[in-house]
Write a protein that binds this ligand. Structure first.
Ligand SMILES: [Zn+2]
Length: 294
């Protein structure tokens, strides 16, 4: 009997950490529906799968109508620990009541995750710009705040000189440089790791209040280190923002997947328990997992 029991214990321990029971999982909501990136229905499915693979999250999706302000887009944000935006450039404004409910949600301690073109959305919504810290396109320029980058000495520069916010060069693989290895989102990652092919956003501008840059990448356009993993404190809420994630091959990067999983856990709870996986990219070599729909 004891042998049977120890076999059972062994089998469980070999299977890795037990996923949480559904009722104990963190509730995450992906919001989407309008994005200049036509791949968005796929990337929503990918991000849902990546979060659920951790065993920590149960994920629901709220999709707005494809055009114009959708009066029925009224998610119950308060039912969730964290909201992930897969909206993009040119998305119509949310109904005012939805904007206010979302501001209240984040200010009151809700988590918010901003992926790639979600930082292009809603240039006219002042509180949204404060939550995301930095954004691009949509007429963003010096009126919206400084262009923020990291110089060769590792210092954060807030450049108030006039200019449009948001730009990128051709899609390439590029190294991500960790700037604060103590922070739980990037703790234990190699200090430099190769990201799979993606757009490298540069010249993002915004209020950049209560913002910390956790990782950067050197742009071949600006010659500067542009923020690639950043966090913002908005009221009691935690915001995790990455400009990475242009296409499905960008999101198949194990660095992107791990950053999304850990950043979302941190936004939801303030802690990270998800480990850095064995197939994480190195400084020399990117690493991708081919996505197959679950
Ligand atoms: Zn893009």
């Amino acid at each position: 009997m004891r042998n049977v029991l120890s076999l059972v214990v062994l089998a469980i321990s070999l299977a890795g950490p037990m996923p949480l029971h559904a009722a104990d999982r963190l509730k995450a909501l992906i919001v989407d529906g309008q994005n200049n990136h036509a791949v968005w229905p796929t990337t929503t499915r990918m991000m849902k799968a990546y979060l659920e693979q951790t065993g920590l999250f149960s994920v629901e999706i709220a999709t707005a109508a494809p055009q114009g302000t959708d009066p029925n887009f009224q998610p119950e944000f308060s039912h969730y620990a964290v909201v992930v935006s897969n909206f993009g450039h040119g998305a119509a404004a949310w109904p005012r009541s939805t904007q206010l409910a979302f501001e209240q949600f984040v200010r009151g301690g809700g988590g918010f995750v901003v992926i790639h073109a979600a930082d292009n959305s809603f240039p006219e919504w002042a509180e949204y710009n404060e939550m995301i810290g930095l954004g691009g396109w949509g007429g963003r320029n010096e009126k919206d705040g400084p262009y923020v980058y990291v110089n060769d000495k590792g210092e954060v520069v807030r450049d108030d000189s006039p200019g449009n916010g948001g730009n990128h060069g051709p899609q390439i693989e590029f190294p991500i440089v960790v700037r604060d290895a103590r922070h739980p989102i990037v703790h234990g990652m190699p200090l430099e790791w190769m990201h799979a092919r993606d757009e490298l956003y540069d010249k993002l501008r915004g209020p950049a209040k209560n913002m910390q840059i956790l990782a950067t990448a050197e742009s071949q356009i600006t010659g500067r280190h542009e923020p690639m993993i950043l966090i913002v404190q908005y009221g009691k809420g935690r915001v995790f923002h990455t400009p990475m994630g242009h296409a499905e091959y960008s999101q198949e990067c194990v660095g992107f997947i791990t950053t999304l999983q850990r950043g979302t856990e941190w936004a939801a709870t303030g802690n990270v328990t998800i480990p850095v996986p064995d197939d994480f990219p190195t400084a020399q070599k990117s690493s991708s997992r081919r996505f197959t729909a679950p």
